[in-house]
Design a protein around this ligand. Structure first.
Ligand SMILES: [Zn+2]
Length: 479
């Protein structure tokens, strides 16, 4: 006697991630009402699915959790990539993001979320302006998302200027801007609270880009609305310098602790420039940490990942504004960590550590470990299938090693969020791909057109091909 359910997946291997290295050969996952009903060896499965997926050459595993993204930043393309990103943030990113509006951010966010889903990412923690647009895009394309509205207090007129020789910048605060950002963020919470997949959060950008008073107010709101704060922390030497000048304290984390802001509600992205005491504080505070090695390498820096893990900190993986192919990013991460940090301390990060950071630990960071991150009965059915019948992956002697050293996002064949298949065999299922591409091209062109003068000032215009610029002129710069 078998029980009929919505979906049954049979895969050559099922990685439950609980315990973390558990592999079920010829496994099955039964799904009903958006949740996992049963996981175990296929021969013992007493469920039949209204839909059945049989993938003997594939691995079924928890959907990947990307703990730090800006899905709308797909519109920057490569505009920030040839420079040290820290410089590009001041010269290009801060001024150019003021030229966004809701519709262009929606078009950009759809591209970013599409990229996430096709790479097996089922959850993002996303921070950006026009957060309503990101939430709408997440709702439409079917991804699970924590979404915050990035709140800044620095003056937008002009935005802070960076002195690349002195590794510092000057900042002027504009309380009105921060108030406006907070009000928009609170509206986002009011609008999306209770949504099954979109969880609104607060987005204080970084300890140096807001006043201490504002940081404390946002932390109080996070308490009141019982939500996470997505915050960039210790991302540059310029930030630490600002904090020192402002507070006399030696680091962003001690500063946040002194303000009473630090705690489990904080999801700290990057966390590179930490003192020994702050590494301990990162662990003892119960905060979540997004390890984002690729973007930090582009800033010529690298987090103390070995020390953070040894101290017992909660570390998840983040791709920031880069490709959302987490499997490929794992590869950069493991080679770089074992080179940069391994050379210093003999530490060796393993493939299993990366897969765990990308699933169960990522979920734990975001406060979602009772819902996602592992394949267990009762959890939400966020599941992906990764095809190991691939010339690069065979013989696949170890599933975790094959995922980290060999697989790419292109090997992901199915992305399932809350029991709904949202991406299958190269296709987005809940949105029209051609429509998203067309809107993406059109809005990006108009946005780059509006930003022409500042791109010229930042010396980036010379890197844009003449044919593209001609198109920008034709499409006008008015929007
Ligand atoms: Zn970021």
């Amino acid at each position: 006697m078998t029980t009929q359910v919505d979906l049954v997946i049979r895969a050559g291997r099922v990685l439950t991630m609980t315990p973390r290295d558990h592999v079920i050969e010829d496994g099955a996952v039964a799904i009903g009402d958006g949740r996992i009903l049963w996981v175990g060896p296929s021969v013992e499965c007493e469920y039949t699915g209204e839909r059945e997926i049989s993938a003997p050459g594939s691995v079924a595993m928890p959907g990947l959790v990307d703990t730090h993204t800006h899905v709308g930043a797909h519109f920057f393309g490569t505009l920030c990539d040839e420079e040290n990103v820290i410089t590009a943030v001041y010269d290009v990113w801060f001024p150019m993001e003021l030229e966004w509006d809701h519709d262009s951010m929606y078009a950009a966010s759809c591209l970013g979320i599409w990229d996430a889903l096709r790479n097996g990412v089922t959850t993002v923690a996303n921070d950006q302006y026009h957060a309503q647009a990101a939430a709408e895009a997440a709702d439409r394309l079917g991804i699970r998302a924590l979404i915050s509205r990035e709140i800044n207090e620095f003056s937008a007129d002009p935005t802070p200027r960076y002195d690349r020789d002195a590794l510092r910048y000057d900042i002027e605060f504009d309380r009105g801007r921060a108030e406006e950002g907070l009000a928009e963020n609170l509206q986002l919470i009011a609008d999306w609270k209770g949504h099954p997949r979109v969880t609104p959060c607060l987005g204080p950008h970084a300890p140096d880009l807001l006043s201490g008073e504002m940081l404390q107010r946002i932390a109080a709101e996070a308490e009141r609305y019982d939500c996470k704060m997505l915050m960039h922390i210790a991302q540059s030497q310029a930030e630490i310098q600002q904090i020192r000048e402002r507070s006399g304290l030696d680091g962003s984390l001690v500063y946040l602790d002194e303000l009473g802001v630090l705690g489990p509600r904080v999801q700290g992205h990057h966390m590179v420039w930490l003192s020994d005491a702050e590494v301990e504080l990162a662990a003892s505070s119960g905060m979540g940490i997004s390890w984002t090695p690729t973007i930090m390498m582009s800033c010529q820096s690298f987090a103390r990942i070995d020390d953070l893990l040894r101290a017992g900190a909660r570390v998840g993986f983040g791709t920031d504004c880069f490709s959302m192919d987490m499997l490929e990013e794992f590869r950069y991460a493991i080679y770089a960590a074992n080179f940069v940090r391994g050379l210093r301390s003999g530490y060796r990060l393993g493939a299993l550590d990366l897969v765990e950071m990308g699933t169960a630990r990522g979920a734990e960071c975001l406060g979602l470990s009772d819902q996602i991150g592992t394949l267990e009965a009762g959890k939400l059915a966020d599941v992906i299938l990764v095809d190991f019948d691939d010339p690069l992956i065979i013989p696949a002697t170890n599933a975790f090693e094959s995922l980290v050293y060999r697989a790419k996002g292109a090997n992901v064949t199915h992305t399932i969020v809350g029991g709904t298949i949202v991406y299958e065999s190269g296709k987005l299922l809940l949105a029209d791909e051609l429509e998203l591409l067309e809107a993406g091209r059109r809005f990006a062109r108009a946005w780059i057109g509006r930003s022409r003068d500042l791109l010229a000032r930042a010396g980036v215009l010379d890197r844009i091909e003449p044919a593209y610029l001609a198109g920008v002129r034709e499409s006008g710069s008015g929007g």
